[in-house]
Design a protein around this ligand. Structure first.
Ligand code: IPM
Ligand code: MG
Length: 360
């Protein structure tokens, strides 16, 4: 197969974790005799520095031509006080919207060998295996009106949470399809005791569920979900939720996995005419500027995102499973970065990448 992949390393630790992810991709391609064409582009703070904008038109063009996009991380402290249009994060929101990747899949697994990495008690996290399906191109992240306005003697900030029926339907369908290949359970998260957005969300999810009579559906309020994720994570299979709730809950999920450096993600849109899904793949973690350039960031979230890319954008299930198995083997071997609190000397970013390639 020919894999035409756009790589957007971004800021902070983005380039170093992406480098390992790309090595793993090339390694898989060599072993299974696929041909990879890599193109590199600019997104985030580095794009602001080089072009004046966080999501240059050239990047949009490259992403629309590529079969799949692999991203590192965006964000740099020097832009903390910049206006919204000149912030690295705007680039990420821009590319998600431009590609139309409305379903963000964030698998959260507690690997048996890594239970001690979590600050939670082993018996609580053991066996955790869920996918958070986060709506990614709607809700309060994109709603208008928005802004900070001078309103007479007062200053007022406005954000708008808005969802349409069709936005809720398509991400719900994705969640139910995924559930079918797993333990057949969807938990929809909302705040329907307060928000109209959530009332529509719940109504539409119930309607979509009728198309999937073999999948069980339950509903949970987001505040209770935050608590149950820690108290009883094994109760969750597919967690379906809107954009901002999903952002918050997935960082909480990282505590179950031992480190946010562990979490991969796949953002999926509609099918292209070729039948392939449009996909953007990125680790859940941020750019961690405090440890950037030190070769100590955990590349496993980025490497796991390569597994997702192989599976969802190219349908290469065997190759994807080999990446996941290699990650698991490396974790078992104890060759892990400092965030996972290894008993011995922590491995470097590069050593973890080497170990994953060797295990493949
Ligand atoms: C994430 C991140 C982004 C988000 C930021 C960097 C804009 O936190 O992917 O979880 O909020 O979506
Ligand atoms: Mg986040």
């Amino acid at each position: 197969m020919h894999l035409n992949v756009l790589v957007l390393p971004g800021d902070g630790i983005g380039p170093e974790v992406t480098r390992e992810a790309v090595r793993v991709l090339q390694h898989v391609a060599q072993k299974w005799r696929h041909q990879v064409t890599l193109t590199e582009g600019l997104l985030g703070g580095i794009a602001i520095h080089q072009t004046g904008t966080p999501f240059p038109e050239e990047t949009a063009r490259l992403a629309s031509k590529a079969d799949a996009t692999l991203m590192g991380a965006v964000g740099l402290p020097e832009f903390d006080n910049a206006p919204p249009e000149k912030r690295p994060e705007k680039g990420l929101l821009g590319i998600r919207k431009a590609l139309g990747v409305y379903a963000n899949l964030r698998p959260v697994r507690a690997y048996a060998s890594q239970l001690d990495s979590s600050p939670l008690k082993n018996h609580l996290v053991e066996g955790t295996d869920m996918i958070i399906v986060r709506e990614l191109t709607g809700g309060i992240y994109y709603g208008t009106p928005r802004g900070i306005f001078e309103d007479g003697a007062e200053t007022r900030a406005v954000n708008t949470m808005t969802y349409t029926r069709s936005e809720i339907e398509r991400v719900s369908r994705m969640a139910f399809h995924l559930a079918r290949a797993r333990r057949k359970k969807v938990t929809s998260v909302d705040k329907s005791n307060v928000l109209e957005n959530s009332q529509l969300w719940r109504r539409v999810v119930i309607e979509v569920a009728r198309e999937f009579p073999d999948v069980a559906l339950d509903h949970i309020l987001v505040d209770n979900c935050a608590m149950q994720l820690i108290l009883n994570p094994r109760r969750f299979d597919i967690v379906l939720t809107e954009n901002m709730f999903g952002d918050i809950l997935s960082d909480e999920g990282a505590v179950l996995a031992g480190s946010i450096g562990m979490l991969p993600s796949a953002s999926i849109g509609d099918r292209r005419p070729s039948g392939a899904w449009v996909g953007l793949y990125e680790p859940v973690h941020g750019s961690a500027p405090d440890i950037a350039g030190q070769n100590k960031a955990n590349p496993l979230g980025a490497i796991g995102s390569v597994g997702a890319l192989l599976e969802y954008s190219f349908g290469l299930k065997e190759e994807a499973a080999a990446v996941d198995a290699a990650i698991e083997a490396v974790l078992r071997s104890g060759k892990v970065t400092a965030d996972l609190r290894p008993s011995g000397v922590p491995a470097t970013t590069g050593q973890v990448g080497d170990a994953v390639c060797a295990a493949i």
